[in-house]
Design a protein around this ligand. Structure first.
Ligand code: PYC
Length: 333
């Protein structure tokens, strides 16, 4: 694969310019460019510049309002609502996460319901934000139907990612962000682009036959990870991200989407818990003793460790050359 070396500042500028050239104001463009740059910095390629053409499609079709200004409301001391008014998710998160963190730090537990947003990014930035402030974070969002519930060959669930972060004072948090599908759709698309096969069990073709061809899976269905267990977690994500926020379930998002290829309107649920208030003082020592046990086992890696290691490298990143050219082409609106 031919690549172009870009510094993190160049990645940020490319993402920011692509957004402003296509109708975003500086606030929206900056929030989005920041998320894209952090994804490339950490090696989460499927959530980095790879997403820009989709973001631009959503701006050009008028589905996303690049000048929207989210509103944050405290419904009760523990319930925070953020209405994005059609913005990309990162600006709504930047507006509401500090309010969520403050509430959970004060009263122990708080929930943030995000509505009217278009989410196409990783979810670890939300939960790491909370862990960096000494809080446990859980976030999930539903997406377009791509995944067949266990027992069926018909898609109903989105790839429905869920992220969890646990704070470790003085250390990087435990943090994972995973699709409840056998593979995230972005990774399936990247495998198709790069001509690679995906592992058996990832999905079915449009006739319901098992295949390792990512292009056939993209046209067919993805399977939930871990059979009926993953299917149950994908169901939980639909209920938390749509049932609990009042936003669209994956199937509703598809029915109401304009099919431009950008992220549909949807909801996100973010929950914050304070170990200091719930477990009480002494929790870090208790947890670190457990983490020592865990990491003493041969072959165990703390979730998030690879991203945290990647982020120490402040040098340029090798980005798919064709992708960079495509994005440069999008600077002409
Ligand atoms: O990574 O598939 C994904 C995703 C969907 C919505 C937000 N992220």
């Amino acid at each position: 694969m031919a690549t172009t070396a870009l510094t993190l500042d160049e990645i940020y500028a490319l993402a920011h310019d692509a957004m402003t050239a296509n109708g975003c104001n500086d606030e929206n463009a900056s929030a989005l460019a920041d998320i894209v740059t952090r994804a490339e910095r950490d090696g989460s390629h499927s959530h980095g510049l790879f997403r820009i053409p989709g973001y631009v499609k959503a701006l050009r079709s008028g589905k996303v309002d690049g000048k929207a200004s989210p509103t944050v409301t405290k419904v009760t001391p523990a319930v925070i609502r953020c209405e994005g008014h059609g913005c990309f998710a990162p600006l709504a998160q930047a507006s509401a996460l500090p309010v969520l963190a403050e509430a959970a730090s004060e009263i122990g537990v708080a929930a943030l319901s995000l509505t009217g947003i278009h989410h196409f990014a990783a979810l670890w930035p939300e939960t790491e934000f909370l862990a960096d402030r000494g809080l446990v974070g859980i976030a999930c969002t539903a997406y377009m139907p791509m995944v067949a519930p266990a027992g069926s060959a018909e898609k109903l669930f989105g790839t429905n990612p869920i992220s969890f972060a646990w704070p470790r004072p003085g250390r990087d948090p435990v943090c994972y962000d995973m699709a409840t599908a056998a593979m995230a759709m972005g990774d399936i698309q990247i495998a198709a682009r790069d001509g690679k096969e995906v592992p058996p069990g990832t999905g079915l073709d449009s006739d319901g036959n098992a295949t390792t061809d990512p292009a056939k899976i993209a046209a067919g269905v993805v399977l939930p990870f871990g059979g009926y267990k993953g299917s149950a977690i994908a169901l939980m994500v639909e209920l938390l991200a749509a049932g609990l926020t009042g936003e669209q379930f994956s199937y509703e998002a598809k029915e109401n989407d304009n099919g431009d290829g950008g992220p549909p309107r949807g909801g996100e649920m973010v929950i914050a818990l304070s170990p200091e208030l719930i477990a009480g003082p002494g929790w870090p020592e208790h947890v670190e003793a457990f983490m020592d046990r865990l990491t003493s086992l041969k072959g165990v890696r703390v979730p998030g460790a690879r991203r945290h290691k990647n982020r120490l490298d402040t040098g340029p990143r090798n980005i798919n050359e064709a992708l960079v050219e495509t994005i440069r082409g999008l600077l002409q609106s």
